[in-house]
Design a protein around this ligand. Structure first.
Ligand code: DC
Length: 234
């Protein structure tokens, strides 16, 4: 049954870290005048706040009540993403390699996932959204009108991540980044709840040898049929 989505369709982009989801989701949302929802940023913000508040992660009731009270906002400032958690700007704090690994671990905890799932479904309920993550097409919006699974080789994803961090002034080596990316792949795809998995009806795109513009044009071509009156800005 088709749900009513007054603002447009739901587009899900899933895949492992470093496959280019954020870049593509941002470009696609801009092109369609849709809202981009970076669900990884939400998990990062939750993990950061739980760690900062020293919440006992084995106390599931405490984790649940902390996450349900947590207000995460994704805003945009001149095209740049700003992440607010209980009003605190955590944009930069959640992007360190250390936080990436901590987030990957904390996102395996059920009450954390339950709270994020509820928040993400609420944010996307009216449609007109591009959600990127690990479980959007399988769990958050299994009825999304368009589903993509963006992948790339571990080496290429680590190379991109390393370049991105070096550009931000973080001194990381390619060797260390390959290890981190592989470890996150394992954690994200081997967890019990909502593991990283391609939905049966998702379109698989391997971005290893494609530029962001090339990936976008493939995705745009698929979306054209589903998005009414889509104007492609070139
Ligand atoms: O997309 P990202 O690298 O910013 O995500 C950080 C972590 O959050 C990732 O390692 C696993 C978790 N995550 C998740 O479990 N489910 C999502 N939908 C998005 C992210």
């Amino acid at each position: 049954m088709q749900r009513s989505r007054p603002n447009g369709i739901v587009i899900a982009i899933d895949g492992p870290s470093g496959a280019g989801k954020s870049t593509i989701a941002r470009m696609l949302a801009e092109q369609l005048d849709y809202i981009q929802i970076d669900t990884g940023a939400m998990y990062r913000a939750a993990a950061f706040m739980l760690s900062s508040a020293d919440v006992d992660l084995l106390d599931l009731e405490a984790v649940s009540s902390f996450c349900n009270d947590l207000e995460i906002k994704l805003e945009s400032d001149s095209g740049k993403q700003v992440v607010l958690a209980n009003g605190l700007d955590v944009t930069k704090l959640i992007r360190t390699p250390e936080m990436s690994l901590i987030t990957s671990r904390i996102s395996t905890i059920k009450p954390v996932r339950d709270a994020m799932l509820k928040a993400q479904q609420k944010l996307g309920a009216k449609g007109g959204v591009v959600l990127e993550g690990r479980d959007i097409g399988t769990v958050v919006f299994p009825d999304a009108e368009m589903k993509f699974y963006l992948n790339a080789s571990v080496e290429e994803r680590a190379r991109r991540r390393c370049e991105e961090l070096n550009n931000k002034g973080e001194q990381v080596t390619l060797e260390q980044t390959v290890i981190n990316v592989a470890q996150r792949d394992r954690q994200d795809s081997e967890r019990d709840i909502s593991p990283l998995r391609q939905a049966d009806d998702a379109i698989l795109i391997d971005s290893s040898k494609l530029t962001a513009e090339e990936v976008l044009s493939v995705i745009t071509a698929f979306c054209k049929e589903k998005v009414k009156n889509m104007v492609v800005k070139l």
